[in-house]
Design a protein around this ligand. Structure first.
Ligand code: 5CA
Length: 434
């Protein structure tokens, strides 16, 4: 992509409304713009990151055997009355009346709707287990939307729902999602610590939140310092129950669950910090299947209500979360797996014909090799180009100037380490295409 044709409205100054780094940087890097409180438009650069995160989430859900569907954003209130949550949900639910006076709502989550789909089609234990997920916008009329996409009112969530015959099988489905979450976050370059959690309006008694540690996190967290090296010896293969046992053995709790008196971790080993909740999983048995009458015929005996769990990932929140975990004073530092482009190519001699020719060729070669590259072909000065590239945080920067051109080399910078090297364009191309 040529910057001269792109839509990248970067800002030099820090926007006054942004209190935390990720919000500031997302606005400054031209990734999002606010439409109304807690409601954002995603501009091209931001959307590329959102899509990359979404795709990693999708691949790990698929790998775990979940099946993708797409449910609507608008739901009928009837199902919520059936489950009993229509009144319970309170002001967080955005309620809408259609032209016929029917009560509708913008979905804050999808337990009811998915249970309705399931109960109409599945009647026998032979069709179990099933896990259905979608990646769809949600709306919660948060009392205090803040920190940009971290606590929005409209936000993108992956939510999966598992259906099993017995509670024992239900826990197996829960464990499979637990492991899928560890893999998902690790692929994004994040260490997310699973913590026993409160179940809130979703319900049930088995639940874990996945939190990434960041000073700006909204939750206070307490965890054993074993987690500091566990992420290095990250184990995600083998038996799910064993992996879950290993990851849940060391103490880890959010503020709501932490209890000074019952916490047996020695003072020197307990880490107090702040965390960002990027995922939350629940096993709630028949909480929805019973009132909604989602029953299946078992191998023997009468039909029984299916055992369910639900599994959420904050896809849009992750964009902010990753920036909180990975930035410096100059801007964002994207982990390669979620970077909007892998390479930022800068022409430092945009008024010199040979330099333009050279850069155009390198750009074409990179594209032909399948490397995602953003090419700053504009007439701006070198200082502005470097500052801009640091701000938007692409993993590899390559600068081509008249001096390098004379020696047949380009200057390559690794955004994360700051390391600079001079390479021939061929060597650079081979390295990027590898
Ligand atoms: N139905 C369940 C699981 S599918 C559910 O809704 N769980 S949740 O309420 O915990 O939300 C799942 C994830 O969505 C959270 O872990 C968080 O990462 C994200 N999320 C929740 N509220 C917001 C919000 N206001 N803005 C951005 N992300 C949010």
């Amino acid at each position: 992509m040529r910057m001269s044709r792109y839509f990248l409205p970067t800002l030099k100054e820090n926007p006054a409304e942004a209190q935390i780094a990720s919000h500031r940087l997302m606005l400054r890097a031209g990734m999002v713009r606010q439409g109304a409180a807690g409601i954002y438009s995603w501009l091209p650069l931001g959307l590329r990151v959102l899509k990359k995160i979404e795709q990693i989430v999708r691949e790990e859900q698929d790998r775990a055997g979940a099946l993708e569907v797409l449910m609507p954003t608008i739901q009928s209130a009837d199902l919520w009355s059936e489950s009993g949550r229509y009144d319970d949900y309170g002001k967080e639910m955005l309620r809408i009346t259609d032209r016929h006076g029917r009560e509708m709502l913008y979905g804050p989550t999808n337990e009811e709707l998915i249970t309705d789909i399931f109960r109409r089609e599945v009647k026998s234990y032979r069709d179990l287990p099933k896990n259905l997920y979608h990646i769809q916008w949600k709306f919660r009329d948060e009392i205090r939307p803040r920190f940009g996409v971290m606590r929005g009112r409209e936000f993108l969530m992956k939510d999966a729902y598992s259906f099993d015959l017995t509670a024992e099988d239900g826990v197996k489905s829960y464990n499979a999602m637990f492991v899928a979450y560890l893999r998902t976050f690790a692929r994004m370059g994040l260490t997310a610590i699973p913590m026993r959690a409160d179940t809130g309006p979703i319900g049930g008694d088995l639940s874990h939140e996945f939190l990434i540690i960041a000073e700006t996190g909204e939750s206070e967290v307490f965890f054993h310092n074993k987690f500091n090296d566990m992420s290095d010896n990250f184990k995600v293969s083998g038996d799910h129950a064993t992996i879950v046992a290993e990851w849940t053995e060391p103490y880890a709790a959010t503020e709501e669950m932490h209890d000074e008196d019952s916490c047996s971790v020695a003072e020197g080993e307990l880490v107090r910090g702040r965390g960002i909740e990027v995922g939350h999983i629940f096993f709630f048995g028949d909480k929805y299947s019973k009132p909604l009458n989602a029953v299946v015929q078992g191998p023997e005996g009468p039909p029984s209500a299916v055992q369910m769990g639900s599994y959420g990932i904050g896809v849009s929140r992750l964009v902010g979360g990753i920036i909180e975990a990975s930035h410096d004073d100059n801007g964002i530092i994207w982990p390669e797996a979620v970077a909007p482009f892998k390479v930022g190519l800068m022409n430092l001699g945009p008024k010199k014909e040979d330099c333009v020719e050279f850069c155009d060729k390198l750009y074409a070669d990179l594209e032909a090799a399948g490397v995602e590259v953003l090419y700053d072909d504009r007439k701006d000065g070198a200082g502005a180009k470097f500052a801009n590239m640091d701000l938007i945080g692409l993993p590899w920067q390559v600068a081509v100037g008249p001096r390098g051109l004379k020696n047949g080399v380009v200057e390559v910078k690794n955004r994360a380490t700051g390391e600079k090297r001079e390479l021939t364009p061929e060597a650079f191309l081979a390295e990027m295409a590898a």
